[in-house]
Design a protein around this ligand. Structure first.
Ligand code: COA
Length: 330
């Protein structure tokens, strides 16, 4: 589905939680047969962050949420809804969003988690836009949080090189932009390719199975390179925008080659594309808010800019959102 809605909603703040522990490609190559040059050439990843013992999807989400709230300078009671996207929750319930709401004191908020794998954050953003545009909510917190190291098979060199841990949170608010303009959301999925990217979390036939990620890398690669281009073009067209109207392109950080091929075909200059893949790897639903946090901290996010955020992955699902940034400078 795709829709453009005239709105003055905008993102007003971002927060992040980045685990301290750095795992380099060299460290991975001590465990599986691979090397730094291969990983960098095929993926663009130099290193990734891995959660410490005791750090969970919930604890990372809480750190990111607190930071976003502090930077937005609003009261927790002003949050109407918390949506957390994750593909690696430590349990089925209570939801991570419920625990975040309690921790930050968002006692008037509704709270629910969403699962659309690496498209999860974009899906949650799309739902936030819908709730705000419908009038049901004024202020929504959207979180992406992952501890993928817990579901990674560290003996599978085809997948363990790719993933990392972290969390990011944004706050979206009605009336934050001075004028109304087209906010655009596309959410899509091709479930026929669902078996090409699978994360096992639960028991099968009542028996516990190892948590792991299985992937048909080439199929996912082909899907991703096409989806990034097609969805971006549809979103721009639906909103009556062109590439020149987009100040920052924030793609999901799956693989540098996927991003570079998409960006080249779309014609975005590299200075308008945010990359954190080299330092964080693929953090699934956390990758877009971590990019926003990086762009904000480095002064690349300026008030009034239009952001085009594109997530894709397991499902195979994709989500693309064009939303303004109205946060204060760092
Ligand atoms: N180190 C060294 N060699 C490796 C390796 C590693 N970590 N992983 C795979 N190889 C080998 C393969 O075994 C294969 O060897 P062979 O030719 O002897 O059979 C060779 O490298 C090429 O494998 P291939 O899978 O074709 O490599 P690729 O160029 O497609 O790169 C990925 C593999 C996983 C990096 C790439 O397919 C990819 O990034 N796909 C998208 C994955 C993704 O983004 N998933 C998440 C989406 S949200």
């Amino acid at each position: 589905m795709i829709a453009a809605v005239e709105s003055d909603l905008a993102i007003i703040a971002v927060g992040a939680a980045i685990p301290d522990r750095v795992v380099t490609n060299d460290e991975i190559s001590q465990r599986v047969e691979t090397d730094d040059a291969w990983i960098q050439e095929r993926t663009g990843i130099r290193e990734r962050r891995v959660a410490a013992e005791g750090q969970t999807v919930t604890s990372l989400a809480i750190i990111a949420a607190r930071q976003a709230l502090e930077r937005a300078d609003i009261a927790p009671a002003e949050i109407d809804l918390i949506l957390t996207a994750t593909a690696s929750p430590e349990r089925s319930f209570p939801s991570i969003s419920a625990l975040v709401a309690d921790d930050i004191g968002a006692h008037s908020a509704g709270a629910v988690d969403m699962l659309a794998a690496c498209a999860g954050f974009a899906y949650a953003l799309g739902h936030a836009v819908a709730q705000i545009h419908s009038g049901l909510a004024t202020t929504v917190m959207v979180i992406g949080s992952e501890v993928l190291s817990g579901i990674t098979d560290w003996d599978d060199r085809g997948t363990c090189i790719l993933f990392g841990d972290g969390a990011g949170a944004v706050i979206i608010r009605a009336g934050a932009a001075p004028t109304k303009e087209n906010v655009v959301v596309e959410l899509g999925v091709d479930g026929s390719k669902g078996g090409d990217l699978v994360g096992d979390l639960t028991s099968r036939n009542g028996k516990p199975v190892d948590r792991n990620i299985r992937m048909n890398g080439n199929v996912v690669y082909r899907f991703a390179t096409q989806a990034i281009v097609d969805s971006t073009r549809r979103v721009l067209e639906a909103g009556g925008w062109t590439q020149d109207d987009v100040d920052l392109f924030v793609p999901h950080q799956a693989n540098l080659r996927i991003i570079e091929s998409g960006v080249a075909r779309l014609g975005f200059p590299s200075e308008r594309v945010v990359i954190t893949l080299d330092s964080y790897g693929n953090t699934s639903s956390a990758s877009i808010p971590l990019c926003l946090d990086y762009a904000w901290c480095t002064g690349r996010l300026q008030r009034g800019q239009r952001l085009l955020m594109m997530g894709l992955g397991g499902g195979l699902a994709w989500g693309t959102c064009l939303i303004r940034w109205m946060g204060e400078p760092a």
